[in-house]
Structure formats: structure tokens, C-alpha cells
Design a protein. Structure first.
Length: 128
């Protein structure tokens, strides 16, 4: 039974779905596919990880299952604040901070396998 909670999924979740991870698929089915979103940052990260040109159409087909959330001016502002606040203390990845800023801006949960990369962020709601 699907929940009624909007969730942005981190790039590592998209990768696990792509690889056919049944545990992750079950979690996403519980949330409900209609409630899952991805940041355009994750789209870029996923394409960056393509093994070869033959994989690109498979990635495109996989990513089309989810609505993409673009980075806007407000998300960029939140991202910049995160980088000012956390870059020295936590050495976060730029992509992670953009994804976190998107989740904060839209006030939605974030589903990730790398909780340590996000748990220090004020206001982040990690899906559990």
C-alpha cells in the first residue's frame, strides 16, 4: 500500500533500482511511485556514471520513470548557505548539497543509502 509522502530519491537509490535491488524496490513501492521525485542533479550524476554509450538509452528509459525537479534560484541560495556552513566541517559533495537543498526547499523527505552525508544538515527530513 502506497504512502502519501513525497520523497526525493538520492542518486544511490536510483542506481540500486537500476541494478534491480529488490529491497530498495520494495521501499519505493511502499512509498508509491507517484510520490517519488529526482533532482536534475541526480539525473546528471547518473549519466556521468554511464559505463559506455550503449548504456545511455537504458539510463534515459530508467530516469523517465520519475518526475525531475530542476534547480531554481531559491534552491541555489539554500545550496550556497549549506556550502558556507558545512564545507569546512563536513566536506560535503556538491551534488549531495544540491539534492539536500532541493528537499529542504520543497519540504519533502530524502531517501538515501548514505545517511551520514546528510544527517548533519539542519532541517533535512530523511526518509526512514
Amino acid at each position: 500500500m502506497a504512502e502519501n509522502t513525497s520523497v526525493i530519491i538520492d542518486t544511490n537509490i536510483i542506481i540500486e533500482l537500476y541494478k534491480g535491488n529488490q529491497k530498495i524496490r520494495h521501499i519505493c513501492e511502499k512509498i508509491g511511485e507517484q510520490n517519488l521525485y529526482i533532482s536534475e542533479i541526480s539525473v546528471a550524476e547518473f549519466y556521468f556514471g554511464a559505463l559506455n554509450k550503449k548504456e545511455t538509452p537504458l539510463i534515459k528509459k530508467h530516469l523517465e520513470k520519475f518526475p525531475w525537479i530542476p534547480v531554481n534560484e531559491e534552491i541555489s541560495g539554500i545550496f550556497t548557505k549549506f556550502m558556507m556552513e558545512y564545507s569546512l566541517s563536513h566536506k560535503p559533495y556538491i551534488g549531495d548539497m544540491l539534492i539536500a537543498a532541493t528537499a529542504i526547499y520543497y519540504d519533502i523527505h530524502l531517501l538515501t543509502l548514505n545517511i551520514k552525508d546528510f544527517r548533519f544538515i539542519k532541517g533535512i527530513r530523511l526518509y526512514s
